[in-house]
Ligand binder design. Structure first.
Ligand code: NAP
Length: 473
């Protein structure tokens, strides 16, 4: 979504000299990768589209992966992006050449590109993480990761295990339970689950959505509601008390068995990990063919999964809904000024300035970079200001007759000190999650409101950058 947004912004600004490299065979990014059964966005679709391209075709409030892909294809078509998109091209390395003020980008097709600017839109959740469980390689049945779903593996009538109970698993489990003969859900940590305010959009909704003032009103309404929900992450607020009550009532409604309910009560504060929105997850766990396993996994055999109590559950299909490797937030090897690796600059965890620029890496622009994730609203509200920022920065480099701009290290340091200070006492520091690196540093969350982020990004201060490689004397 972010790469596409950047490409559209370039087109709309009349800049046509760019390419979009995509390692997958088609458009969609996370929605291309995550095609497991039940994959849906968990923010209302009117907020999960670009502000300048409302989508009157949504069929349901929480759109399915396929619908989002169709929307993206529509945008690519509408803005004439086809000639710019190169699929099946993975970047193998990207290196900044200080003399030329150019990024040298190599791809796995043996191609080398030279670019003035490099917008890295690989997303923090793109490298699937397999669990490190002894014996996993020896499993003789089908082994799937949700982010690399293989739809040719049959589920109907088979014994299936799902490891993990995050947002992905909560969407997948109800779907698998429809056809699997037996479904074991291995939970390491129980999560908070809130009701999802589902609604199908009928013909009347879709007709109304074509009227721009109505579309804008619905979008603004959802934005306001979700922003209000942001208060639920702060201790002692009315919103937090409301969410806690909702969560408890939801659990009681979905699970009548007290013992099972007790195993589903999260051991960490609400909001510390991503909140799950689902109306089907709890009722599915109460079905007779579904078993919630909370005993720890010790190892995997060719036939099944063994837990700490010595029990082995025989299975045909092993599904890992175990999330992503975020420690190396960018999967591309990148070298900046002086040949410095980004991985080296980030050895204590990824960090940037407003998630957009990293000191020592001129003209490298991150999309959804470190600390731009939220637990309460649409990521697109963070992408669009970022894209505008990048476009302005590119124009500023040209206006000054320079080749590059580079963030001053002290600016990045001060920004991150402030950010980490705010995060330290927050709800996000009170458990283990993909928001945090192994050393405990929060590398993902923006602790403020969306408006605060938008304002910070809009208030561009070029004194925080140095410029170099003058093209004119
Ligand atoms: P995740 O939130 O990182 O959850 C991974 C799950 O796997 C956790 O329950 C974790 O347990 C478990 N796990 C990991 N390693 C394990 C091991 N060795 N043994 C047992 N359990 C293990 O990953 P995710 O569910 O894929 O979601 C990641 C993010 O993607 C979400 O937070 C969200 O931002 C995004 N997402 C969005 C949507 C949407 O918009 N609809 C849908 C899906 C995902 P612990 O909790 O104990 O670590």
């Amino acid at each position: 979504m972010s790469g596409l947004c950047m490409a559209i912004a370039l087109k709309r600004a009349g800049r046509h000299d760019f390419v979009v490299l995509e390692k997958s065979a088609g458009l969609g990014g996370t929605w291309w990768d995550n095609r497991y059964p039940g994959a849906h966005v968990d923010v209302p679709a009117p907020l999960y589209c670009y502000s300048f391209a409302p989508n009157p075709r949504w069929r349901e409030r929480f759109a399915a992966a396929g619908e989002i892909q169709a929307y993206m294809a529509h945008c690519a078509e509408r803005y004439g992006l086809q000639p710019h998109l190169h699929f099946g091209r993975a970047i193998t390395s990207a290196q900044f050449d200080e003399d030329q003020g150019l990024w040298r980008i190599d791809t796995d097709a043996g191609q080398t590109l030279h670019a003035r600017h490099f917008v890295c839109s690989t997303g923090p959740l793109s490298v699937p993480r397999w669990p490190q469980i002894p014996g996993i390689e020896s499993f003789a049945g089908a082994r799937l990761h949700t982010a690399r779903w293989d739809a040719s593996v049959p589920i109907a009538g088979r014994r299936v295990a799902v490891i993990g109970t995050g947002s992905t698993a909560a969407q997948l489990v109800p779907e698998l339970a429809r056809s699997a003969v037996r479904l074991h859900v291995f939970q390491r940590t129980a999560n908070w689950v809130l009701p999802r305010m589902d609604r199908r959009y009928g013909a009347a909704d879709r007709l109304l959505a074509r009227w721009p003032p109505y579309a804008a009103l619905v979008r603004a309404g959802w934005n306001a509601v979700l922003e209000l929900g942001r208060r639920g992450f702060d201790e002692g607020t009315f919103m937090r008390r409301t969410l806690l009550q909702q969560a408890e009532a939801h659990l009681r409604r979905g699970i009548t068995n007290e013992a099972l309910r007790a195993r589903l009560r999260p051991p960490y504060p609400l909001g510390c990990k991503r909140i799950i929105y689902s109306n089907h997850y709890y009722p599915t766990l109460a079905q007779p063919q579904v078993e919630l396993v909370t005993e720890g996994i010790t190892h995997i055999t060719p036939q099944g999964i063994v837990t700490a109590d010595g029990q082995e559950r025989a299975i045909d299909v092993l599904v890992c809904a175990t999330g992503f490797d975020v420690q190396h937030a960018v999967s591309v090897p990148i070298r900046g000024r002086g040949g410095r690796w980004l991985a080296e600059a980030w050895r204590d965890g990824p960090q940037a300035h407003l998630g957009l620029s990293v000191a020592g890496f001129p003209n490298l622009f991150m999309m959804l970079g470190p600390n731009t994730a939220t637990g309460h609203t649409s990521t697109l509200l963070y992408i669009e200001p970022g894209v505008r920022w990048v476009l302005r920065a590119m124009q500023e480099v040209e206006r000054r007759g320079q080749r590059w701009l580079d963030l001053k290290p002290a600016v990045m340091q001060a920004f991150n000190d402030g950010l980490q200070g705010r995060l330290q006492g927050s709800v996000w520091s009170q458990c283990r999650s993909w928001y945090r690196a192994d050393n405990g540093r929060n590398i993902a969350i923006w602790p403020g409101s969306t408006r605060e982020y938008r304002r910070a990004v809009a208030a561009q201060n070029y004194a925080e950058f140095c410029f170099g490689g003058a093209t004119v004397a």
